[in-house]
Design a protein around this ligand. Structure first.
Ligand SMILES: Cc1cc2nc3c(=O)[nH]c(=O)nc-3n(C[C@H](O)[C@H](O)[C@H](O)COP(=O)(O)OP(=O)(O)OC[C@H]3O[C@@H](n4cnc5c(N)ncnc54)[C@H](O)[C@@H]3O)c2cc1C
Length: 417
């Protein structure tokens, strides 16, 4: 019998992404008696896993203290605190290891499969689901869900140009950032925090960085209104990128969206060196005897600034020697280096990872079980929730954790199940 001809299921999962797979596998492993079905509208499952981390899949992050881990989530950290106490990166590593997939930690604590291939992760999940009897149907799009009068749910599904109805005692929505699925969730009585992009680069046209694509600075401090981020930054063809920029974009995602991605950015190219300290170093450079006859543009006073960038940042002072720079120019230079102002003109794309913030209102979900507080036997996991992490494996970790919790809770057979 085709799986679609079987109308009644104990558990149906909407979405064959990492959160949906993790939940379905956990649920079936705990209770093999249950019939568990994943419905995936795309022609293959785990599409985002396959393209993630530049094809390598940054599975999680080597941060094993839940109290620390939550600081990497601009939204949802507080709610994930207890959830991580139950399933955190140590558990993710063990989970994959138990199924034959070893992970390695890179210098920046990101964790990848040792094979350096996202296929390894997708194959592991698909294999684990198959082994435990989870059924998967691809090309099956859930168009609507209705709560049954007694208990459970009726799903309207389109598959191979056929419309059909399936019944589920328990339903997990793990549909990622899919907009149509959000409408389904709303129709069940939930509220959705408006989704907006997180993790993006800044498009900036400015002659100080023009033609410097590929130049990076090890440690800058960025400020945008009340937000501050420190770390490496990369100049690109379109503006600025790199860890410091991506982190700022994530924490300021909503604010930047409201400002239509136009904002003032202050860049301290010297990391944590203040204006006063910078001025002191520059004054010393000016007074330094050997420097007096040397060009400002050709002789950076700070070794962390690459020469090409230094030339463009100091261009305003003209082709002067250090000895000829006025006090006012020194002050301007210190200002430029410690708090250069740039105009963000629009949002760029970070191709390695793209996430949305917004989704199911977290107040409406019980984070012990991932069950809806609004509709009994309805569960949520993954990016469909108003949770998003910084780049580095945090978004998958949230999918593994919430999926695992939902799967655990759905495996129990209660009076309604
Ligand atoms: C290019 C890229 C690279 C990334 N790299 C990383 C990384 O290296 N590390 C990291 O931590 N995060 C990464 N992310 C983020 C990560 O992929 C997501 O956070 C994660 O996939 C969310 O998992 P999910 O299961 O909640 O949703 P998804 O992976 O989006 O899966 C949801 C699934 O549900 C299906 N679906 C939706 N609606 C329906 C419906 N109505 N009926 C049937 N099916 C439906 C979708 O087709 C989809 O397959 C990356 C994202 C992108 C786009």
């Amino acid at each position: 019998m085709s799986k679609l001809n079987q109308p009644n299921w104990d558990v149906i999962v909407i979405g064959g992404g990492p959160a949906g797979f993790f939940a379905a596998i956990r649920c079936a492993e705990l209770n093999p008696e249950l019939s568990v079905l994943i419905l995936e509208k795309a022609s293959q499952t785990l599409g985002k896993v396959l393209i993630s981390g530049g094809g390598r899949c940054n599975v999680t992050h080597a941060c094993f203290d839940p109290a620390q881990l939550i600081n990497f989530y601009p939204r949802g950290g507080m709610e994930l605190r207890g959830a991580f106490a139950r399933f955190q990166p140590t558990d993710t590593v063990r989970w994959f290891e138990e199924r034959g997939v070893r992970l390695k930690t890179e210098a920046d604590n990101r964790m990848f499969p040792v094979t350096n291939s996202s296929e390894t992760i997708a194959e592991c999940l698909r294999g684990a689901a198959k082994n435990i009897g989870v059924q998967v149907i691809v090309g099956a799009s859930v168009l609507g869900v209705k709560k049954n009068p007694q208990s459970g749910f009726k799903l309207e599904v389109r598959s191979e140009a056929r419309d059909l109805h399936l019944n589920a005692k328990k339903l997990l929505v793990a549909a990622g950032s899919d907009s149509k699925s959000r409408e389904i969730i709303k129709s069940l009585g939930h509220s959705i925090v408006e989704p907006v992009p997180s993790l993006f680069t800044f498009n900036i046209k400015d002659k100080r960085i023009d033609g410097l694509a590929g130049v990076s600075v090890e440690n800058v401090t960025l400020k945008m209104d009340a937000l501050t981020q420190r770390g490496p930054m990369l100049i690109t063809h379109w503006g600025l990128s790199g860890p410091a920029v991506l982190r700022l974009s994530a924490w300021g995602a909503r604010e930047l969206y409201e400002k239509k991605y136009r904002a003032k950015l202050s860049v301290n190219w010297l990391g944590d060196i203040s204006f006063e300290k910078a001025l002191e170093v520059l004054t010393h450079s000016k007074e330094w005897k050997e420097n007096v006859r040397k060009k400002v543009m050709g002789n950076p006073a700070f070794s962390q600034i690459p020469l090409r960038l230094w030339k463009q940042l100091t261009e305003f002072a003209g082709d002067k020697n250090w000895g000829d720079v006025s006090k006012a120019e020194l002050r301007k230079l210190a200002q430029e280096l410690s708090a250069g102002e740039f105009n963000i003109e629009s949002k760029g794309q970070f191709k390695d990872e793209f996430v949305t913030c917004g989704g199911v209102n977290l107040k409406e979900v019980d984070f012990k079980t991932m069950q809806s507080r609004v509709v009994e036997n309805l569960f949520f996991a993954g990016e469909v929730l108003d949770i998003d992490g910084l780049t580095g494996g945090f978004n998958f970790q949230s999918a593994w954790t919430t999926g695992w919790l939902a799967g655990s809770a759905m495996s129990t057979t209660d009076k309604n199940g």
